[in-house]
Design a protein around this ligand. Structure first.
Ligand code: SF4
Length: 348
Protein backbone atom coordinates (compact mmCIF):
# COMPACT_ATOMS: atom_id res chain seq x y z
CA UNK A 1 0.00 0.00 0.00
CA UNK A 2 1.67 3.23 -1.10
CA UNK A 3 -0.69 5.70 0.58
CA UNK A 4 -2.35 5.43 4.00
CA UNK A 5 -5.93 6.73 3.80
CA UNK A 6 -7.79 5.59 6.92
CA UNK A 7 -7.16 5.60 10.69
CA UNK A 8 -7.10 1.78 10.51
CA UNK A 9 -4.21 1.96 8.03
CA UNK A 10 -2.42 4.59 10.12
CA UNK A 11 -2.81 2.32 13.14
CA UNK A 12 -1.55 -0.73 11.26
CA UNK A 13 1.48 1.32 10.17
CA UNK A 14 2.26 2.00 13.85
CA UNK A 15 1.61 5.73 13.54
CA UNK A 16 -0.99 6.07 16.29
CA UNK A 17 -2.00 4.56 19.58
CA UNK A 18 -5.11 2.31 19.58
CA UNK A 19 -7.02 4.60 21.96
CA UNK A 20 -6.89 7.41 19.37
CA UNK A 21 -8.57 5.41 16.67
CA UNK A 22 -12.20 6.35 17.48
CA UNK A 23 -11.46 10.09 17.61
CA UNK A 24 -9.45 9.97 14.41
CA UNK A 25 -12.31 8.15 12.66
CA UNK A 26 -14.39 11.27 13.41
CA UNK A 27 -11.67 13.53 11.94
CA UNK A 28 -11.35 11.35 8.83
CA UNK A 29 -15.12 11.47 8.34
CA UNK A 30 -14.88 15.27 8.20
CA UNK A 31 -11.60 15.92 6.31
CA UNK A 32 -9.73 13.89 3.68
CA UNK A 33 -6.75 11.82 4.82
CA UNK A 34 -3.86 10.64 2.62
CA UNK A 35 -0.35 9.99 3.83
CA UNK A 36 2.05 8.54 1.23
CA UNK A 37 4.52 6.00 2.57
CA UNK A 38 7.36 8.33 1.59
CA UNK A 39 6.15 10.90 4.14
CA UNK A 40 5.02 8.30 6.70
CA UNK A 41 8.59 6.97 6.72
CA UNK A 42 9.85 10.43 7.76
CA UNK A 43 7.77 10.54 10.95
CA UNK A 44 9.77 10.15 14.15
CA UNK A 45 7.42 7.86 16.11
CA UNK A 46 9.24 8.58 19.37
CA UNK A 47 8.62 12.32 19.12
CA UNK A 48 5.06 13.34 20.06
CA UNK A 49 5.75 16.78 18.52
CA UNK A 50 7.29 15.57 15.28
CA UNK A 51 6.97 18.37 12.67
CA UNK A 52 6.18 15.93 9.86
CA UNK A 53 3.42 14.22 11.86
CA UNK A 54 1.97 17.60 12.85
CA UNK A 55 1.49 18.50 9.20
CA UNK A 56 0.03 15.25 7.93
CA UNK A 57 -1.36 13.07 10.75
CA UNK A 58 -5.03 13.76 11.55
CA UNK A 59 -5.56 15.27 15.01
CA UNK A 60 -8.70 15.52 17.11
CA UNK A 61 -8.00 19.27 17.47
CA UNK A 62 -9.26 19.59 13.87
CA UNK A 63 -12.79 19.11 15.18
CA UNK A 64 -12.45 22.34 17.15
CA UNK A 65 -13.72 24.99 14.72
CA UNK A 66 -13.20 28.55 15.99
CA UNK A 67 -15.62 31.40 15.38
CA UNK A 68 -13.27 33.30 13.07
CA UNK A 69 -12.62 30.24 10.89
CA UNK A 70 -14.36 29.88 7.58
CA UNK A 71 -14.87 27.20 4.91
CA UNK A 72 -13.61 29.63 2.22
CA UNK A 73 -10.94 31.51 4.20
CA UNK A 74 -9.37 33.42 1.32
CA UNK A 75 -12.63 34.14 -0.49
CA UNK A 76 -12.13 32.08 -3.67
CA UNK A 77 -15.88 31.68 -4.23
CA UNK A 78 -16.61 35.40 -4.55
CA UNK A 79 -14.09 35.68 -7.42
CA UNK A 80 -14.98 32.52 -9.35
CA UNK A 81 -16.66 33.51 -12.63
CA UNK A 82 -16.81 29.89 -13.86
CA UNK A 83 -16.11 26.58 -12.17
CA UNK A 84 -12.39 25.99 -11.70
CA UNK A 85 -11.32 29.63 -12.21
CA UNK A 86 -10.57 32.27 -9.57
CA UNK A 87 -10.05 35.74 -11.06
CA UNK A 88 -9.15 37.94 -8.11
CA UNK A 89 -6.33 40.07 -9.57
CA UNK A 90 -6.74 41.61 -13.01
CA UNK A 91 -3.67 40.09 -14.72
CA UNK A 92 -3.84 36.52 -13.45
CA UNK A 93 -6.18 33.65 -12.69
CA UNK A 94 -6.07 30.45 -10.72
CA UNK A 95 -7.07 27.40 -12.73
CA UNK A 96 -8.03 24.58 -10.38
CA UNK A 97 -7.57 21.49 -12.55
CA UNK A 98 -8.29 18.99 -9.82
CA UNK A 99 -9.16 18.92 -6.13
CA UNK A 100 -7.16 15.74 -5.53
CA UNK A 101 -3.79 15.79 -3.72
CA UNK A 102 -1.15 13.16 -3.07
CA UNK A 103 -1.15 14.16 0.61
CA UNK A 104 -3.80 16.04 2.58
CA UNK A 105 -2.16 18.65 4.78
CA UNK A 106 -3.98 19.15 8.07
CA UNK A 107 -3.82 22.95 7.75
CA UNK A 108 -5.01 23.12 4.13
CA UNK A 109 -6.77 26.38 3.27
CA UNK A 110 -8.99 24.52 0.78
CA UNK A 111 -9.71 21.60 3.06
CA UNK A 112 -13.45 21.92 2.48
CA UNK A 113 -13.00 21.33 -1.27
CA UNK A 114 -9.99 19.01 -1.67
CA UNK A 115 -10.40 15.24 -1.50
CA UNK A 116 -10.28 12.05 -3.53
CA UNK A 117 -12.48 11.65 -6.64
CA UNK A 118 -12.96 15.38 -6.93
CA UNK A 119 -11.65 16.62 -10.29
CA UNK A 120 -12.74 19.28 -12.75
CA UNK A 121 -14.82 17.64 -15.50
CA UNK A 122 -13.76 17.91 -19.16
CA UNK A 123 -16.73 20.19 -19.85
CA UNK A 124 -15.88 22.46 -16.92
CA UNK A 125 -12.24 22.62 -18.05
CA UNK A 126 -13.36 23.62 -21.55
CA UNK A 127 -15.49 26.43 -20.05
CA UNK A 128 -12.57 27.55 -17.86
CA UNK A 129 -10.24 27.71 -20.88
CA UNK A 130 -12.88 29.64 -22.83
CA UNK A 131 -13.02 32.17 -19.99
CA UNK A 132 -9.23 32.63 -20.12
CA UNK A 133 -9.34 32.97 -23.92
CA UNK A 134 -12.03 35.62 -23.62
CA UNK A 135 -10.12 37.84 -21.18
CA UNK A 136 -7.13 39.47 -22.87
CA UNK A 137 -5.98 41.02 -19.59
CA UNK A 138 -4.97 37.57 -18.24
CA UNK A 139 -1.18 37.47 -18.47
CA UNK A 140 -0.51 34.61 -16.05
CA UNK A 141 -2.34 31.34 -15.36
CA UNK A 142 -1.65 29.56 -12.08
CA UNK A 143 -2.44 25.85 -12.11
CA UNK A 144 -3.49 24.83 -8.64
CA UNK A 145 -6.12 22.73 -6.93
CA UNK A 146 -5.63 20.29 -5.32
CA UNK A 147 -2.33 19.37 -6.85
CA UNK A 148 -2.12 19.63 -10.66
CA UNK A 149 0.69 17.07 -10.73
CA UNK A 150 -1.72 14.26 -9.82
CA UNK A 151 -2.79 14.52 -13.48
CA UNK A 152 -1.17 12.20 -15.98
CA UNK A 153 1.56 13.63 -18.21
CA UNK A 154 -0.84 13.23 -21.13
CA UNK A 155 -3.58 15.35 -19.52
CA UNK A 156 -1.17 17.97 -18.25
CA UNK A 157 0.43 18.24 -21.70
CA UNK A 158 -3.00 18.78 -23.23
CA UNK A 159 -3.75 21.65 -20.81
CA UNK A 160 -0.35 23.24 -21.46
CA UNK A 161 -0.96 23.01 -25.20
CA UNK A 162 -4.27 24.86 -24.81
CA UNK A 163 -2.62 27.57 -22.69
CA UNK A 164 0.29 27.93 -25.14
CA UNK A 165 -2.28 28.62 -27.83
CA UNK A 166 -3.68 31.66 -26.02
CA UNK A 167 -1.71 34.65 -27.25
CA UNK A 168 -2.16 36.88 -24.19
CA UNK A 169 -1.10 34.20 -21.67
CA UNK A 170 2.64 34.72 -21.29
CA UNK A 171 3.35 32.94 -17.99
CA UNK A 172 2.16 29.63 -16.54
CA UNK A 173 2.78 28.78 -12.91
CA UNK A 174 2.22 25.36 -11.31
CA UNK A 175 1.61 25.05 -7.57
CA UNK A 176 2.53 21.61 -6.25
CA UNK A 177 3.56 19.50 -3.29
CA UNK A 178 4.17 16.40 -5.44
CA UNK A 179 8.02 16.38 -5.35
CA UNK A 180 7.70 16.14 -1.54
CA UNK A 181 4.70 13.83 -1.33
CA UNK A 182 5.60 11.39 -4.10
CA UNK A 183 8.91 12.20 -5.80
CA UNK A 184 8.69 9.11 -8.01
CA UNK A 185 5.73 10.67 -9.85
CA UNK A 186 7.95 13.51 -11.07
CA UNK A 187 9.25 11.55 -14.03
CA UNK A 188 11.13 12.96 -17.01
CA UNK A 189 7.89 12.61 -19.00
CA UNK A 190 5.87 14.59 -16.43
CA UNK A 191 8.57 17.27 -16.28
CA UNK A 192 8.43 17.65 -20.08
CA UNK A 193 4.64 17.95 -19.85
CA UNK A 194 4.99 20.79 -17.32
CA UNK A 195 6.52 23.13 -19.89
CA UNK A 196 4.17 25.39 -21.79
CA UNK A 197 5.72 25.86 -25.22
CA UNK A 198 6.83 29.43 -25.86
CA UNK A 199 5.73 30.53 -22.37
CA UNK A 200 7.71 31.10 -19.19
CA UNK A 201 6.87 28.25 -16.81
CA UNK A 202 7.34 28.63 -13.07
CA UNK A 203 6.82 25.95 -10.44
CA UNK A 204 6.00 26.94 -6.86
CA UNK A 205 6.89 24.10 -4.49
CA UNK A 206 5.10 23.87 -1.16
CA UNK A 207 7.58 22.82 1.55
CA UNK A 208 7.35 23.58 5.28
CA UNK A 209 10.22 21.73 6.94
CA UNK A 210 13.76 20.93 5.78
CA UNK A 211 13.22 17.22 6.54
CA UNK A 212 10.64 17.07 3.73
CA UNK A 213 13.54 17.61 1.31
CA UNK A 214 14.67 14.00 1.28
CA UNK A 215 17.23 12.64 -1.14
CA UNK A 216 14.39 11.47 -3.46
CA UNK A 217 12.61 14.84 -3.22
CA UNK A 218 15.86 16.68 -4.02
CA UNK A 219 16.38 14.44 -7.05
CA UNK A 220 12.83 15.18 -8.28
CA UNK A 221 13.44 18.92 -7.81
CA UNK A 222 16.74 18.63 -9.67
CA UNK A 223 14.94 17.00 -12.62
CA UNK A 224 12.70 20.06 -12.83
CA UNK A 225 15.54 22.57 -12.40
CA UNK A 226 17.71 20.81 -14.99
CA UNK A 227 14.81 20.94 -17.45
CA UNK A 228 14.81 24.74 -17.20
CA UNK A 229 11.74 25.22 -15.02
CA UNK A 230 12.05 28.22 -12.69
CA UNK A 231 11.49 27.02 -9.13
CA UNK A 232 9.99 29.06 -6.28
CA UNK A 233 9.36 28.01 -2.70
CA UNK A 234 6.19 28.64 -0.77
CA UNK A 235 5.85 27.71 2.85
CA UNK A 236 3.18 28.10 5.50
CA UNK A 237 4.16 29.34 8.95
CA UNK A 238 2.99 26.55 11.26
CA UNK A 239 3.11 26.31 15.06
CA UNK A 240 5.26 23.40 16.14
CA UNK A 241 6.59 22.85 12.61
CA UNK A 242 8.68 25.82 11.49
CA UNK A 243 8.01 28.59 14.03
CA UNK A 244 11.57 28.80 15.35
CA UNK A 245 14.49 30.68 13.83
CA UNK A 246 16.46 27.44 13.44
CA UNK A 247 13.65 25.49 11.74
CA UNK A 248 12.73 28.33 9.39
CA UNK A 249 16.36 29.16 8.59
CA UNK A 250 17.17 25.51 7.88
CA UNK A 251 14.15 25.29 5.58
CA UNK A 252 15.08 28.40 3.59
CA UNK A 253 18.67 27.31 3.22
CA UNK A 254 17.65 23.81 2.14
CA UNK A 255 15.35 25.28 -0.52
CA UNK A 256 18.08 27.55 -1.88
CA UNK A 257 20.53 24.62 -1.96
CA UNK A 258 17.94 22.81 -4.13
CA UNK A 259 17.84 25.80 -6.53
CA UNK A 260 14.42 26.84 -5.21
CA UNK A 261 14.08 30.57 -4.45
CA UNK A 262 11.92 31.14 -1.33
CA UNK A 263 9.02 33.26 -2.55
CA UNK A 264 6.24 33.34 0.06
CA UNK A 265 5.99 32.55 3.74
CA UNK A 266 2.23 32.40 4.14
CA UNK A 267 0.59 33.23 7.41
CA UNK A 268 -1.80 30.36 8.19
CA UNK A 269 -5.30 30.94 6.82
CA UNK A 270 -8.44 30.80 8.95
CA UNK A 271 -9.43 27.37 7.65
CA UNK A 272 -11.74 25.31 9.87
CA UNK A 273 -10.08 23.25 12.58
CA UNK A 274 -6.58 24.63 12.02
CA UNK A 275 -6.21 26.96 15.03
CA UNK A 276 -3.80 24.58 16.79
CA UNK A 277 -1.39 24.99 13.85
CA UNK A 278 -1.59 28.77 13.42
CA UNK A 279 1.20 30.94 14.82
CA UNK A 280 0.68 34.58 15.82
CA UNK A 281 1.60 37.33 13.34
CA UNK A 282 4.04 38.84 15.88
CA UNK A 283 5.86 35.49 15.93
CA UNK A 284 6.07 35.51 12.14
CA UNK A 285 7.45 39.04 12.08
CA UNK A 286 10.08 38.19 14.70
CA UNK A 287 11.11 35.15 12.66
CA UNK A 288 11.44 37.26 9.53
CA UNK A 289 13.72 39.66 11.43
CA UNK A 290 15.80 36.71 12.59
CA UNK A 291 16.08 35.44 9.01
CA UNK A 292 17.13 38.86 7.73
CA UNK A 293 19.81 39.14 10.38
CA UNK A 294 21.37 35.73 9.88
CA UNK A 295 20.84 34.28 6.43
CA UNK A 296 21.69 35.16 2.83
CA UNK A 297 19.37 37.43 0.87
CA UNK A 298 18.48 34.38 -1.23
CA UNK A 299 16.86 32.86 1.88
CA UNK A 300 14.36 35.72 2.39
CA UNK A 301 10.73 35.01 1.43
CA UNK A 302 8.00 37.63 1.59
CA UNK A 303 5.79 37.10 4.66
CA UNK A 304 2.20 37.45 3.45
CA UNK A 305 -1.35 37.25 4.73
CA UNK A 306 -4.31 36.44 2.52
CA UNK A 307 -6.87 38.86 3.89
CA UNK A 308 -10.06 36.94 4.75
CA UNK A 309 -12.97 37.69 2.43
CA UNK A 310 -11.01 37.58 -0.82
CA UNK A 311 -9.20 40.91 -0.48
CA UNK A 312 -5.91 39.39 -1.67
CA UNK A 313 -2.42 39.02 -0.26
CA UNK A 314 -0.59 41.72 1.67
CA UNK A 315 3.00 41.66 2.90
CA UNK A 316 2.81 41.89 6.69
CA UNK A 317 6.25 42.95 7.66
CA UNK A 318 8.25 43.50 9.58
CA UNK A 319 8.70 47.13 8.57
CA UNK A 320 12.22 48.59 8.57
CA UNK A 321 11.58 52.23 7.74
CA UNK A 322 9.49 55.09 9.11
CA UNK A 323 9.17 58.79 8.43
CA UNK A 324 10.24 61.06 11.29
CA UNK A 325 10.65 64.78 12.06
CA UNK A 326 8.75 67.68 10.49
CA UNK A 327 9.26 70.36 7.85
CA UNK A 328 12.99 71.07 7.44
CA UNK A 329 13.88 68.27 9.87
CA UNK A 330 11.82 65.61 8.09
CA UNK A 331 13.75 62.44 7.42
CA UNK A 332 13.44 58.66 7.34
CA UNK A 333 14.58 56.34 10.10
CA UNK A 334 15.74 53.02 8.71
CA UNK A 335 16.56 50.00 10.81
CA UNK A 336 19.49 47.71 10.00
CA UNK A 337 19.60 43.94 10.45
CA UNK A 338 21.01 44.37 13.98
CA UNK A 339 18.06 46.52 15.05
CA UNK A 340 20.05 49.80 15.01
CA UNK A 341 18.30 52.90 13.60
CA UNK A 342 19.87 55.22 10.99
CA UNK A 343 18.85 58.54 9.51
CA UNK A 344 18.23 58.83 5.75
CA UNK A 345 17.34 62.09 3.94
CA UNK A 346 14.07 62.62 2.02
CA UNK A 347 14.35 63.55 -1.66
CA UNK A 348 12.50 66.86 -1.27
S1 SF4 B 1 -1.17 19.86 -1.11
FE1 SF4 B 1 -1.97 21.97 -1.06
S2 SF4 B 1 -4.13 21.79 -1.73
FE2 SF4 B 1 -3.41 19.71 -1.17
S3 SF4 B 1 -3.98 19.43 0.98
FE3 SF4 B 1 -1.87 20.24 0.98
S4 SF4 B 1 -2.14 22.47 1.15
FE4 SF4 B 1 -4.13 21.62 0.50
Amino acid sequence: MSTLRTPAQLYDAGLMAPERRAELERVAARYAVALPQTLAALIDRDNPHDPIARQFMPDVAELDQRGEENADPIGDDAYSPVEGVVHRYRDRVLLKLTYVCAVYCRFCFRRETVGPNNALSREALARALDYIRGHAEIWEVILTGGDPLVLSARRLRAVMKELSGIEHVKVVRIHTRMPIADPSRVTADLVRAMKASGRATYVALHVNHARELTRAARAAIARMADAGLVLLGQSVLLAGVNDTGAALGDLMRALVECRVKPYYLHHGDLAPGTGHLRADIATGQALMRALRGRWSGLCQPSYVLDIPGGHGKSPIGPNYIERAGENGAAHYRVEDYNGRRHRYPPAD
